[in-house]
Design a protein around this ligand. Sequence first.
Ligand code: AMP
Length: 536
Amino acid sequence: MHSTMQDVPLSVRRLLEHGSTVHSGSRVLTAMPEGYTEASFAEVAANAARLAGALRGLGVGEGDRVATFMWNNQQHLEAYYAVPCMGAVIHPLNIRLPGEQIAYTANHAGDQVIIVDGSLLAPFTGLIPHLPQVRHLIVNGPADPAVVAGITGPEVHDYAALIAGQPDSYDWPDVDERQAAAMCYTSGTTGHPKGVVYSHRSIYLHSLAIALPDVFDLSAADCVLAVVPQFHVLAWGLPYTAFVTGCWLAMPDRFLAPEPLAGFVAAARPNKAAGVPTVWQGLIRYADATGADLSSLTEAVVGGSACPPSLMADYDRHGITLVHAWGMTEMSPLGTLSRPPAGARDREAYRLTQGRFPASVEPRLIGPDGSVLPHDGHSVGELLVRGPWITAGYYQEEPFADGWLRTGDVGLISPDGYLTLTDRAKDVIKSGGEWISSVELENLLMGHPAVLEAAVVGVPDERWGERPLATVVLKEKGSVAFAELQDYLAARLPKWQVPERWAFVDEVPKTSVGKIDKKVLRARHAAGELDVTTVG
Ligand code: AMP
């Protein structure tokens, strides 16, 4: 029996129309060297229409890829709507990847038009000779005229001038909801980055889920500081959820260092925020040192890497709740988010988990032999997921054989549905047949008052196969000895899990999106570049 319900496509166009009418007065604030600029959602929609008109004039048609090389700002938001709504595909390039990987992703995606922030034009120009398919560069904001004059190859346009003469409405096509709307590449710590293509339907459903009270809890009464970059998993979907809910967006542009970011928080006064742990580490240290005003913030979602408990405690002191979330580029990215349930006796223990899955995301834990493990709070296995905003395969590759995404993350799920990740599958330390969680060691070490950051990797060991090597960044050099850190861990862990190999480092290597880069750390160790001390 068929239903009698209307079959309205779930498209980005519906989000644009809703946000720009029902929430026409909601605003996007973009950080400037001093203060910020602002625009209403109605103005963003009018500019999105102008941009679509201009792109059509440049020959962009249905299914064509339009890339961006931009910070989080108003014009990037305009592109987020203009491109998918006209039936084309937006591809935000990860500006922090090494040049050859950026060129690889742009060529692999077939980008022909790229919108570049003026502030990023100088570093971008080195890539141009490697992008033979690119026909048009659209430069947003002031750029060095000498740099512009030196560009050969693509035609160069100024964003504001290009859209200025265009009509403020566009006859948006009715696209099939399963059509591609956007694409992002995984950060590619091994091999080439892989493309994930999001559909209109996946973006629409994901945007609704992000807004839910047990997820980001967003409404028209909120202003959210989107620190997570638009070039990393579509800024966790916030640009689209904003138009669903009417929540304001505070976009930091290039002002991501602690001092200007704190200045932007004080000026724009967002009450919520989203970003990776490294950003929150830097901001709180700055605020503690200077008394910077973060008082508008009530909570911040932190994801992308495990959130150390010490970081949560630091923010608690400022009355700001860090809410732990887990996700992946392949998952749009929402996987889980941790808010303790009613009646929880140990709320802190719940907060430290990666959290619960929203409706639509189905988890499965599997053991090394592929058997399905129970959600009993202690069976540890690899996590598989499926759902309507989870990719069925990578761009231009075969779809996954059985319909599940293998996340490569290892963990356990409690009977009441909370996920705790213990490691990436490739980072698990296998010592004498037992598994040691590098993440647990890092979290404990970062709880020691003298430790700023810690990263733990497995290194070859004759007797045990592998043993943990702890690399530590101290807040003050020389303030603590390895033996003390060992005792600190021994008081909290079974003795066989405590590392005997230690190295102090000036900084922990990070990937383009701020995760600990264990591949680099292992390579440095293999090359003998770390000054390792064996204790005990
Ligand atoms: P990306 O696709 O770059 O966002 O990376 C996704 C990966 O980041 C996941 O598969 C996890 O390994 C890791 N990750 C993301 N969020 C968390 C978290 N809250 N805790 C631990 N690992 C995380």
